[in-house]
Design a protein around this ligand. Structure first.
Ligand SMILES: Cc1ncc(COP(=O)(O)O)c(C=O)c1O
Length: 405
């Protein structure tokens, strides 16, 4: 029997949020649970736009259906033309992928050689992607973690770690902590990347949810040392579609394109991309940001300012309780959150900002006396009658089937 590459036995499949509808439960995402069609859950474990997808996405899907008997355009020409208008860069500086996930793998495959530098608590797919390219029988890729004092990414500490040839993954805003690095902070890291000749991969999957985000476009001098990743799946709530893009120098993009499987971006994804990248999409995102900012204000006021985020999700410290246990208890009440153990934060849960009436539902539990005083035990038994009525109403409008323990 031919054995698989040794590198694979050392790699764990990365955990993600979300409950799977098929309930087959491979443990890869949050949904490895028994299926129970009779109940609905509110899913705070994925950081999607709670107001999407917009109607024009469905029109694009219907149009694309007429094209399924042909292969998609592997170069995504029409979509890249639109993205270049949005981003102000040339079409050859853009690579469209099946979500930012595919692009993370392509960056690693194309550029990681000896070392990848990552913040201590960040999105798990960077490490998986970097380790996958490890050498057989020799030294694998070294993963250098940058400490995060107070759960903050400090650019000066990233800079301190960087060496020639490194690939540095920074998630901005960071998943799961929600910290958004300023333009100056990113510039500091980028300047060091140029100085030592390293590659900075800036994953901006949640940028569309940040109020007053800056636009990080590689300038001609920076392009060789910077790859920017964008995801359209969160912004427009279409994770089932798989769509994202990378921006870098034409030369870098050409190399990543070589590593990409042909036709990885379906006709549906390309059509939807063309529909959302443009004025209708920008208007939808502007409205979303306004609503999310309002909701965040309410959430932060409810916690008397003790929690904060720059993104559309919160990392929430459950104190002495185990996040896994809190998640389990919330799930019994029809609320799914992400426990952050796989991020190296076993006493944190992550929850996204959803519509106000849904947020109220979660707040009700997190603010319970028993829980907020000790942050030890969540007791679902303290729900009052009014709240139960709201819950039922909210769940009526939700379609995700529950996958309860
Ligand atoms: C930081 C980050 N980058 C990338 C992704 C993947 O995005 P996509 O759905 O576009 O593949 C995720 C998904 O959770 C993420 O959290």
């Amino acid at each position: 029997m031919v054995k698989p590459r040794e590198t694979l036995s050392e790699i764990e499949i990365c955990e993600h949020g979300g409950g799977r509808r098929d309930g087959c439960g491979g443990g890869r995402d949050g949904g490895s649970r028994r299926r129970d069609k009779s109940r609905k859950i509110i899913d705070f474990s994925v950081n999607l736009n709670p107001y999407g997808p917009p109607d024009f996405v469905f029109d694009a899907v219907r149009e694309a259906a007429a094209e399924i008997s042909e292969y998609p355009d592997s170069d995504c020409c029409a979509l890249r033309a639109r993205i270049s208008g949005r981003e102000g860069c040339r079409e050859e500086e853009i690579l469209v992928g099946a979500g930012a996930s595919e692009l993370i793998r392509l960056v690693a495959l194309s550029f990681v050689k000896k070392r990848a530098v990552l913040p201590r608590h960040t999105y798990g797919e960077y490490e998986v992607a970097a380790r996958l390219v490890g050498k057989e029988g020799g030294a694998g890729v070294k993963i250098e973690r940058v400490e995060m004092p107070g759960l903050q990414v400090k650019p000066e500490q990233v800079v301190e770690k960087m060496k020639n040839g490194d690939v540095v993954f920074l998630c901005n805003p960071n998943n799961p902590t929600g910290q958004y690095l300023s333009e100056d902070e990113v510039r500091q890291v980028l300047e060091e990347a140029e100085r030592v000749d390293a590659l900075l991969v800036l994953d901006e999957a949640y940028r569309d949810f940040v109020e007053k985000a800056f636009s990080q476009r590689p300038t001609p001098t920076q392009t060789g040392n910077l790859v920017v990743l964008r995801s359209l799946t969160k912004s427009f709530a279409v994770p089932g579609l798989r769509l994202g893009y990378a921006i870098s120098s034409a030369e870098n993009i050409k190399m990543m394109r070589k590593a990409q499987a042909p036709w990885s971006v379906s006709v549906f994804a390309q059509r939807v991309g063309q529909a959302v990248v443009g004025s209708a999409g920008e208007e939808f995102l502007n409205q979303t940001r306004r609503k999310i900012e309002r909701s965040k204000k309410r959430i932060e006021e409810a916690f008397a300012g003790s929690i904060q985020t720059d993104a559309n999700f919160y990392a929430f410290d459950v104190g002495n309780a185990s996040a896994r246990e809190v998640k389990r208890r919330l799930l019994r009440c029809g609320i799914l959150v992400r426990d952050c153990a796989s991020f190296g934060l076993p006493s944190h849960i992550r929850f996204s900002v959803r519509r106000d009436e849904e947020n109220e539902e979660l707040l009700h539990f997190l603010l319970e006396k028993e829980f907020s005083e000790k942050r030890e035990v969540l007791s679902p038994l303290h729900r009052n009658a009014h709240h139960i009525a709201v819950s039922e109403q909210v769940r009526e409008t939700n379609t995700l089937s529950p996958e309860l323990h």
